[in-house]
Structures are given as C-alpha cells and as structure tokens.
Design a protein around this ligand. Structure first.
Ligand SMILES: [Fe+2]
Length: 180
C-alpha cells in the first residue's frame, strides 16, 4: 500500500507541475488567438485550471505528500512543440486551428493522467482524493469537447474559407521552407 501511495504522490506532483506549466502557456496562446470564442474558451480554462491546481494541493495533503520540485517533462515537451509551431504563423483562422490542436494535446495528456490517478486513488481507498481528481477529469474532458465543437462549427470552416480566398494566406511557413 505504501508503495502505491508513494507512486500516487509522484503522479500528483507531476500533474501539479503540468498544470502550472499549462497555466503559463494558455495566456500566451490567448494573445495569439483571433476568434473571440477561442479566447473565451481559453480564458475559462485558465480559471478552471487555477481550481485544479488547488485540488492537487488538497489531494497531496490528503495522501500526506509534499509539493516538491518535480518538473513534468511530458507537458514541457507538448507545450514547447505547440509553441514553436505557432511561431510559424501570423494571427488568423489558420493559427486559431493550430492553437486548438496545441491545447487539445495538453488536455489529452491531462485526461490520461487524471484518469490513472483517480483509478489508483480508488484502489487505495482514498475516496476524497478520487473525488477531487474525478472533478478535474470531468473539466478536462469538457474543455476538450468544447474545443472540438468550436473547431468543427467555427474555426475549421473559417480556416478553409481563408485558404480558398484570393487573399494571401496567413501561412508564413516561408520562414523555414519557401526559399527552397
Ligand atoms: Fe486542462
């Protein structure tokens, strides 16, 4: 049992680091977003994430663990890759779809981690911890779903329209490849 609690503590610390990193990344994406609906969705999730950080602090306390200085390398990679992709594009519909993709990768990573942790918490009889994690899991799933809906109903059609118009596309991949 102690082994599982130790493992859970590590997982919770990892998730804590992941959420903190996501909290820093989301405002940067919001600045690059054009569609108000996307900005609003990101802003709403920033607020949710602040609550999720608090739940993790509570969960760690409940299992008797401390915060520590663990860095979630998985989230670091996901964020870094997402940010560097966004740099290649100017503001506009295409960039908005990329922001959704970057944010959804973050959500999927979080969904996997909260799902595992909630299941472990149940197994070791940490019902309150399981409840906290399940609440966050639900929010992550809702955010993911919301982003899918936003992309399908508004952002993807706008990106396609932009790509088909005579206007110069807002794609600046040239920075890397067009000279060739
Ligand atoms: Fe999230």
């Amino acid at each position: 049992m102690d082994e599982i609690i130790r493992l859970m503590t590590e997982q919770l610390r990892d998730a804590y680091s992941a959420e903190k990193q996501a909290l820093r990344a989301m405002p940067r994406m919001m600045k690059k977003a054009s569609a108000q609906s996307l900005k609003d969705a990101l802003q709403m999730h920033v607020e949710q994430t602040e609550g999720q950080v608090e739940r993790l602090e509570k969960a760690l306390e409940l299992v008797g663990g401390k915060l520590g200085r663990k860095v979630c390398e998985g989230m670091r990679g996901i964020i870094e890759e997402g940010q560097s992709e966004l740099e290649d594009y100017e503001k506009g519909p295409l960039l908005d779809t990329l922001i959704v993709a970057a944010q959804q990768r973050i959500e999927h990573y979080e969904i996997a981690s909260y799902g595992t942790m909630a299941a472990l918490a149940k197994v070791v009889g940490q019902q309150e911890v399981a409840k906290l994690l399940a609440e966050t899991l639900q929010e992550e799933r809702q955010t993911d779903e919301k982003l899918t809906q936003l992309a399908e109903s508004e952002l993807n059609p706008a990106a396609i329209k932009g790509a088909q118009s005579d206007e110069p596309a807002n794609d600046r991949r040239s920075k890397r490849g067009a000279a060739a």
